[in-house]
Design a protein around this ligand. Structure first.
Ligand code: FAD
Ligand code: UDP
Length: 389
């Protein structure tokens, strides 16, 4: 007896959900999706908490992209709420605490140094790099001009070094430079966290968007199923429930888990989220407040700002704590720790997976990369273009 499915997708996050939809709808394939959690959506999952507040269970997710294809594709499954994310750093100051925009910009500079000094610094920076330009902290620290160097030291100390130590357990100069480059110093008055053309939040939340994507007669989703219990990669090929499976397999979980971590565990950072509900309309000044100098947590997100939910008298906030992923039961690997050694270890698992010609690793975990949702969506669409040629 053959399998009733043409394709198997492991994981119902952004990568898996888009592939399932594309293979079923565009490719006319029968698709089985296995998801180990009790819900779809992967880390972008959202739900209502006991107070009725729409929360993101796995960290704050804001959609932003310059990729029109991705935006148009997702727009088939959700209307959007216009939302431009703003973040401030909350730091100790002479008389208590102060807040300034992150990424550090011309407004932050005035908050930190007062108008006169900030204006003179802005002139020097704009002469060096150009107006509206983005400069990474590592680049800025290379500048020989003593005034710019002093500014770079200030930003390094007040925005980057402590936050990065909390998030990665390493200093900014010791982690992948693309990571701090996500939040460059911005020679602008623009206080938004992202400048992408398309930004917003799915109007009814992420989960309904994923549910619609997976709602297709040729897609079967099984929740609470770990692929490890159903899928075997053996010398003879791929087995599903012990029977040979020669269809396409798209795997979006961690690559090391597929091979029982036989070359050693891929290093990741995990997060602990602490939710608090407070009897006030709003608890903090912005959607996300980064604690860049002190506190054990990295940031606090208040969901009502992100989701636009109108719910008087109650709000839920979430504190994020980062630590090394150990692989203990229940722990989730969130961030790949990208460096030469870890990439080389990943390459061993990738080579193992590549021995199976119709088996594809896709997604933030499976590719061991630091991808935003839109990048994953673009990769899923491109893989399906390729598979359905
Ligand atoms: P995931 O969402 O991780 O989905 C993988 C799915 O596979 C999971 O549901 C998992 O349970 C399942 N799975 C794994 N192994 C198995 C198995 N063996 N069997 C069955 N199922 C399995 N991106 C943005 O664009 N904007 C943001 O603001 C943003 N904020 C973020 C904040 C945090 C704290 C984090 C960690 C990430 C954030 N991202 C953001 C990135 C975003 O989460 C990812 O780009 C996106 O979720 C990747 O989708 P994915 O399908 O590759 O992976
Ligand atoms: N970062 C920092 N201070 C901040 C914001 C970011 O040091 O106030 C650094 C930190 O190393 C972080 C990286 O920049 O991991 C990327 O930040 P981003 O907000 O993009 O991280 P994410 O939302 O993906 O966790």
């Amino acid at each position: 007896m053959g399998h009733p499915f043409d394709c198997l997708v492991i994981g119902a996050g952004m990568a898996g959900a888009i592939c399932a939809r594309e293979l079923a709808e565009r490719g006319g394939k029968k698709v089985l999706v296995l998801e180990r959690r009790d819900h779809v959506g992967g880390n972008a999952y959202d739900c209502f908490d006991q107070a009725g507040v729409l929360i993101h269970r796995y960290g704050p997710h804001i959609f932003h992209t310059n990729d029109k294809r991705v935006y148009d594709y997702l727009s088939r499954f959700t209307p959007w709420l216009s939302y431009q994310h703003q973040v401030v750093a909350n730091i100790p100051a002479e008389n208590g605490r102060m807040e300034m925009p992150v990424p550090f910009n011309l407004v932050s500079m005035r908050a930190a140094f007062g108008k006169e000094k900030a204006d003179s610094l802005a002139k020097r920076l704009i002469a060096a790099y150009g107006a509206e330009k983005k400069v990474t902290i590592l680049e800025l620290r290379q500048n020989p001009d003593p005034e710019i160097a002093a500014l770079a030291d200030y930003v390094y100390e007040h925005v980057f070094v402590h936050y990065t130590m909390k998030q990665w357990g390493q200093r900014p100069e010791d982690i992948d430079p693309n990571t701090t480059a996500r939040v460059p110093v911005f020679l602008s008055e623009d206080c938004r966290y992202f400048q992408d053309t398309y930004q917003g939040m799915p109007k009814e939340g992420y989960t309904p968007m994923f549910e619609r994507m997976l709602d297709h007669p040729d897609i079967t989703v099984e929740l609470n199923v770990d692929a490890g219990e159903r899928l075997t990669l053996a010398d003879g090929g791929v087995l599903l429930d012990g029977e040979p499976f020669d269809g396409t397999v798209i795997y979006t979980g961690a690559a090391d888990e597929l091979f029982s971590c036989k070359y050693g565990r891929l290093p990741y950072r995990t997060l602990t989220f602490r939710f608090e509900t407070h009897p006030v309309d709003y608890w903090q000044s912005h959607g996300t407040v980064n604690y860049t100098v002190d506190q054990d947590y990295t940031r606090i997100t208040e969901f009502k700002y992100l989701t636009g939910q109108e719910l008087p008298g109650v709000t839920t906030i979430m504190k994020e704590y980062s630590s090394a992923y150990t692989g203990a039961a229940g722990e989730i690997p969130y961030y790949s720790i990208i460096n030469e050694d870890n990439n080389a270890l990943y390459a061993k698992y990738k080579a193992e997976a590549d021995r199976f010609p119709r088996f594809h690793l896709l997604g933030r975990l499976a590719e061991y990369k630091y991808y935003n949702m839109d990048a994953i969506a673009a990769r899923a669409l491109a893989l399906c273009d390729d598979l359905l040629k």
